[in-house]
Design a protein around this ligand. Structure first.
Ligand code: HEC
Length: 92
């Protein structure tokens, strides 16, 4: 029997890391960033009914310049995921 290639193992590992990180968003860290950078104009309660994945992709599009925003947003993917988790939680 041939052993699975390193490449196949690496890709399985990479996929599971991605899945884990998607669930590991840090609501408290998101709260801190959102309050510092976005709180002047947005409150967590403004995003009622929005889920984390759609907020996440919206913020990515803003950062990438694909969606217009009042100010230029500079956020790391981790900050985006954390803010999305915080806003989707309704700010509790
Ligand atoms: C100077 C004010 C201001 C700041 C600061 C600000 N925003 Fe906004 N943002 C707005 C306005 C105005 C809109 C458009 C009206 C609305 O949807 O409330 C908006 C809309 C958005 C939208 C929805 C875009 C759409 O097309 O539906 C997202 C997502 C967003 N902002 C994210 C952020 C994030 C993340 C931060 C902090 C890193 C931030 N904003 C900081 C003013 C601001």
């Amino acid at each position: 029997m041939r052993l699975p290639s390193i490449r196949a193992i690496a890709s399985v590992l990479a996929t599971s890391c991605l899945l884990v990180s998607a669930h590991a968003a840090d609501v408290q860290a998101g709260k801190a960033v959102a309050q510092a950078k976005c709180g002047q104009c947005h409150a967590a309660g403004d995003w009622e009914g929005e889920d984390a994945p759609s907020l996440d992709s919206l913020m990515r599009d803003i950062v990438a310049g694909k969606v217009k925003h009042r100010t230029k947003l500079e956020l790391t993917p981790t900050e985006i995921a954390n803010i999305a988790a915080y806003w989707a939680s309704g700010g509790k």
